[in-house]
Write a protein that binds this ligand. Sequence first.
Ligand code: SAH
Length: 211
Amino acid sequence: MSVHASKIRLLMELRRQGITDTKVLSALERIPREDFVSETFHDQAYENIALPIGYNQTLSQPYIVALMTEALKVSDRMKVLEVGTGSGYQALVLAKICRRLYTIERHKPLLDQAELRFKKFGQTNIVSKAGDGTKGWKEQAPFDRIMVTAAAADVPPDLADQLAIGGIMVAPIGEDTSGQWLIRVTRTETGFDVEELVEVRFVPLIPGLPE
Ligand code: SAH
């Protein structure tokens, strides 16, 4: 099947799975997912599956990327933080629909590759750095939206602190690779509202930097 045909098939499948936000669907349509994985996986780029990106990490399946982005309710006036840049694919999806996207990755070589992709696609509203994303990005806080793309046992307190009042965070929460849930946290004047969305499987959010 041609890239075009497999992409159309994937978009139809996402619609069937309940993704309705046209900003999200059109971002997925415009970004060539094959450019975010090694050549070995090019022919699977438009399958609805997660793909390896090196360093034991994975690019999430398109359905999860779409669901998380839709659940975050992003607009073009918003400042958004992503934790776990990985390949840079989710970052690019977010950057297409927000005002400015900040993204943090603990593996410097993954970040370097992601930054080359941002440049290649001419996406100039992304600010990225290597570091421990559990600490957030204090100098740039507060954020209207925060997306965490690796799973922790609980929401890191620094990230909750850096969420604006009225802001939304989407994050996978759970101890290990079984029994994680995607949650949506909304910060109110007085505290945080938490909703459980779907059961998921993410790589762990690891505090600190690699040796
Ligand atoms: N959003 C990515 C998915 C990456 S998988 C994409 O679209 O490709 C999760 C990523 O989170 C991995 O690259 C992992 O290295 C990173 N990560 C894990 N713990 C982290 C931490 N404390 N700070 C920053 N990044 C972290």
